[in-house]
Design a protein around this ligand. Sequence first.
Ligand code: HEC
Length: 127
Amino acid sequence: MKKILPVAALCSIFFIGCGGAQEPSAEAPAEGGAASELVSGYDLANGKEIYEANCASCHAEGVLSSPKTGDVSAWSARIEQGMDTLIKKSIEGYIAEGSMPARGGNDALTDEEVANSVAYMVNESAK
Ligand code: HEC
């Protein structure tokens, strides 16, 4: 009997330690695809507000050759540039096929607000 106790104690310590170590990982990654990873860390609720007030006037319907929000084929190659590039071009403005005004034409927007609205558009356009 006296020999069994320490062994039992060891086993239970080992068991607890092992169970704890196995806890993380293993689960399948959350659903949502590429976009959810790209836009994690941005405030999408704020982005939606900024978008509706400043960007939807062009991007909701694709005015002036702008990529229409939700048009996956219009966005896929643009999204491949990466968030940093999309945000930089949105802050500074740029011209290729059409003319994207700096900060959507609203100088009062902060870099963060522009970034959030880009994230919102990407999230809506990459499903
Ligand atoms: C006056 C119309 C207009 C407004 C307002 C506007 N955009 Fe655009 N945007 C465009 C056009 C046009 C393009 C396409 C330009 C091109 O490819 O030549 C574009 C392109 C973009 C792109 C794609 C960039 C790329 O590399 O392809 C992003 C991102 C973007 N706009 C974000 C925004 C955001 C964010 C806002 C609001 C803060 C906004 N736009 C407001 C017209 C507009």
